[in-house]
Design a protein around this ligand. Sequence first.
Ligand code: CS2
Length: 469
Amino acid sequence: MTRLSTATLPGLRAGIERPRYDRAGVRTGVVHLGIGAFHRAHQAFFFEHALNAGDLRWGVTGASLRSPAAHEALAPQDGLYSVVTRDGADERVQVVGAVRDVLVAPQDPAALVARLAARDTHIVTLTITEKGYASSASDSAAGYLAAALAQRRANGIDPFTAISCDNLSDNGGRLKQAVLAAVPKGDLALADWIEHQVAFPSSMVDRIVPATLEDDIARLTARIGVEDRAMVKTEPFRQWVIEDRFSGPRPDLSAAGVQLTADVAPWEEAKLRLLNGSHSAIAYLGGLAGIDFVHEVIALPAARALVETLMDETAATLAPPPGLDLPAYRAALLARFANPALQHRTRQIAMDGSQKLPQRLLAPILARLDRGRAAPALTLAVAAWMAWTGGRNDLGAVHGVEDPLAMVIADALGNATAPEDRVAALLSLRQIFPARLADEQAFRKALIADLALLQDQGARAAFERFSGR
Ligand code: CS2
């Protein structure tokens, strides 16, 4: 099958949007670390807007820190790919030209460092997942940034702005700490330069981008006339809130739809707790019930009632930023979860629970406990994660527990089967549960009761507890 490429672009069927600029004139102003589906549907899509507006400084070099998959999909297509936006029966296809090339870091780390250190590179964006901030080794994201910043400084080149785009609170601060930890001991001058000259703005990103299925590729081929193995599918909604603190040039981000603000924290917190917290609850409870897709879970009235209760519990812990209309935001989230055309798998969201629970579920539970309030829906979601770590759903089907702490979790659980033993084992993991929370007897008791209900009667029965809402 003929692939999408520079050569086949002019022959695409009508009605497909494509780059409105001359790709030959584009420079690489952005390096993105972690070029998966999310980046293609999000940051690259915003930079495409700047390119379409005629500012050709903002082409993207993508880098994979591990797998060559993105390179293999994009290189034969000259970096071109389609963003397929689906809302119910509506479907829009836009071919994006922003990605100029893809580097596979383990194959040639020096090439990545050189690109990061290049004079034209003004912005570095990162989607390295929650677990990507734990390491400052030379082959980690932080390691590459530190090596490149050292070169820039040595060559008298201004620093880039490094924008973390992962679902973590204070992601800019965390990235800065990881990069500082990657500076060779004793290089105080470099550490000082990074500390004072390099901007690490925090940012909140939002767009639901489910993993692409073979069937999605086949459907797109039928629509555009060529095969695109790098396509991404997503929803119309997109949001990027960036702390307005840059070390150097940037495109007209506001025109591209970015919100620039002095303080990202309240945006990030609302998104993490309302969107991602609901997502994780849907993923674990839906996954246990044997339900494949998010929209199928939210279509069950009792499951929807549970999510709405979770949102009530969480909303009470938020100080929403001016400009965020909480009731409208919540209603929009429920509508986004219900989008049947996305086919977002509960299994995909269930991954890496140990890295996601603290900011999504545990932080709002703690905030409520501090005010003397219980959190039944949030607690049930945590119990569902605990049940999920058992590796078997309510129908007896076995699943892998994909998590960087999978071994630690399995070790802690040992042969425990009784709810009180499983809860005690998991609550003892300080990497996940802060002591203050683990020591809360009321929370522990509620978890044990929820896990017992999940083990004995299953997730569907647990949803039903909220149906009278
Ligand atoms: C999801 C997110 O997989 C997950 O953990 O909750 O990827 C979610 O789809 C995005 O944050 C939406 O912006």
